[in-house]
Structures are given as structure tokens and as C-alpha cells.
Design a binder for this molecule. Structure first.
Ligand code: DQA
Length: 148
């Protein structure tokens, strides 16, 4: 059984209340339960972690290194600033999918630069909360292709 870990960065615990015109009305809990349903259908396990603290995210990335088959990360605002998350992702030997709910290129200039993208296998953004489901699918088809 493939195992996926999902990391969400600062302020994503406020989804559903936060800038709903940009991020939509779903809460993080609702998004997570949809991901769980999706993974149950394909027999993947999925675990979630959210933190507003950069150091906690770095420590989490360090601790998952050998325990999961794939990482989906929405580092939120840390995407644009964090050398320490960038460095910690270098420890991983598993596929990493960077996601963002909003279309970063439609927004402020400072959101166009990502410290995560150079370490990601791929980046998905702009499709609202569906980016979580699309990322799971991206991992799934990647693994299926490996087995062909
Ligand atoms: C975000 C985009 C970031 O620029 C922002 O700081 C976030 C959320 C997104 O999911 O669209 O907090 O990562």
C-alpha cells in the first residue's frame, strides 16, 4: 500500500474563513476528508500535518524521510521565503508535489517565486481545493507508470 503525507503551512488552518474569494469555502478538515475518501478508493494511506511554524514543518519533513512514499506540500507563505524548508526537502528521496490553491501568477509579484519548486517533481496550482486531489492523482499515475 502506498502512503502519502500532506503538509500544510501557515494560515491554511483558516481555510473556509480566510479570503474565501481566493481560497474558497471548504475548511481544511473538509479537504482532508475528501482526500481520505479518494485514497480509500485506490487503497493508499494518507496522513496530514498543518503548522503555522516553520521549524515544526522542517522537523516534520526530517521525520518523514523514510516513512512515506510521497509528499504533497502546500507550504503557503513559507513557499516564497523558506530556505530551511528548501534544505529539508533535500533530505527526501520520495516524489514531492508542490501545490497551491490559488493561481500564483494571477496574484502579487512576490508569490511568483517558490523556494519549494526546485525540489518538487511537479507543481499544481490554481484549481482551488481540487489541487489536493489532483496531486494524489499525479502520485498515483506516477507510481502506476513505474510498474509498467
Ligand atoms: C497559497 C499561496 C501562498 O502565496 C499563500 O501565502 C498561501 C496559500 C495557496 O494555496 O494558494 O497561504 O499557498
Amino acid at each position: 500500500m502506498k502512503s502519502i503525507f500532506v503538509i500544510n503551512g501557515p494560515n491554511l488552518n483558516m481555510l473556509g474563513k480566510r479570503e474565501t474569494n481566493i481560497y474558497g469555502n471548504k475548511t481544511l478538515k473538509q479537504i482532508e476528508s475528501e482526500c481520505i475518501k479518494q485514497c480509500e478508493k485506490i487503497n493508499f494511506s494518507i496522513n496530514f500535518f498543518q503548522s503555522n511554524s516553520e521549524s515544526e514543518i522542517v522537523e516534520k519533513i526530517q521525520s518523514i524521510a523514510t516513512h512515506f512514499d510521497g509528499l504533497i506540500i502546500n507550504a503557503a507563505a513559507f513557499t516564497h521565503t523558506s530556505i530551511s524548508i528548501h534544505d529539508s526537502l533535500k533530505l527526501l528521496n520520495i516524489p514531492v508535489i508542490e501545490i497551491h490553491i490559488s493561481n500564483l501568477h494571477k496574484r502579487e509579484e512576490f508569490r511568483r517565486h517558490s523556494m519549494i519548486s526546485p525540489l518538487a517533481n511537479g507543481v499544481i496550482f490554481g484549481f482551488g481545493p481540487n489541487v489536493y486531489n489532483i496531486a494524489i492523482y499525479a502520485l498515483q499515475i506516477g507510481w502506476e507508470n513505474e510498474n509498467q
